[in-house]
Design a protein around this ligand. Structure first.
Ligand code: ZN
Length: 281
């Protein structure tokens, strides 16, 4: 499906989305100006599963499909360690579910740090092989489709929400399987990053050979900003308790620190909490 005539409605405010244009492979791009995100009409769940089922998907991300963590790129270890440090700093509780776990490096390191961990993944390869290698359970399928026997203190979705067909239902499902006062930690690309703004402008002015390639549509069905993440959380019954933008570990410099200061860096990092206990008056 590449050329829809009717614009889809916003999943948050329900208004029709504005058609922005199309990317270099003619993926249609729609935006909600009110809620501040872009999306492309979603591939079917079957298409997505097939894509992530392919073990080759993980090659080229500095990882490998044998879950041989010692052979992962040092930058990957550095990045995942940053996630873990962030989780330890901003959440409480030791029962952790890593949604879309992929290589499983995050739960692997979290387990070494004293967490009790589980994962989920759309990939059969991951859910069948990772438990043997990693020593923790991995549920197969989309979060909404899995039956869980327990609730969790911390649910992590690192580079996951932008891939889902319905991020709102994913967050609502996460809330359901959270303990009271549990946390959801989300990392996604930042639509309002300097990089994205510049590349959007170049694409609009037709100065890019492959317009809007940076949005990675097809892999990413949505590209969120801090504003849309806040609205999304609220709609799912989750409250934002911490937010920041960061550069990938392999792309940090003094200039980028400046971007981070003004929430213009490449990724949004956000911590939601299910219920925040009010401090006594
Ligand atoms: Zn909207």
């Amino acid at each position: 499906m590449t050329s829809d005539t009717k614009a889809p409605n916003c999943l948050l405010c329900k208004r029709p989305l504005r058609h922005v244009g199309e990317d270099f492979v003619r993926k249609q791009i729609y935006q909600c100006d009110q809620c501040d995100y872009v999306m492309t009409p979603v591939a079917t769940t079957e298409d997505a599963s097939a894509q992530y089922d392919d073990p080759e998907y993980f090659d080229g991300w500095g990882c490998n499909m044998e879950f041989d963590y010692d052979r992962f790129e040092p930058a990957v270890h550095e990045q995942v360690q940053q996630y873990l440090d962030f989780i330890k700093k901003h959440t409480r509780g030791k029962l952790l579910l890593d949604v879309g776990t992929g290589s499983g490096l995050l739960p692997h390191l979290a387990r070494q740090a004293g967490f009790e961990v589980e994962g989920t993944d759309l990939s059969k390869h991951v859910s069948e092989n990772l438990p043997v290698k990693g020593g923790f359970p991995v549920h197969h399928g989309a979060l909404e489709e899995i039956t869980f026997r327990r609730k969790y203190d911390v649910i992590t979705m690192l580079h996951v929400l932008e891939h889902t067909s319905d991020p709102l239902s994913t967050l609502m499902r996460a809330r359901e399987i959270l303990n009271d006062e549990g946390y959801v930690v989300v990392v996604v690309p930042n639509y309002q990053s300097i990089d994205t703004r510049i590349k959007n402008l170049l694409s609009k002015l037709k100065l890019k050979s492959r317009p809007y390639k940076h949005l990675a549509l097809g892999h990413h069905n949505y590209v969120f900003s801090m504003k849309s993440l806040g609205l999304l959380g609220r709609a799912a019954g989750l409250q934002v308790i911490y937010r920041t933008t960061t550069q990938p570990a392999w792309r940090s410099s003094a200039l980028y620190s400046l971007f981070e200061r003004y929430q213009l860096a490449t990724w949004c990092w956000i911590v939601y909490q299910k219920e925040v206990r009010l401090t006594p008056q």
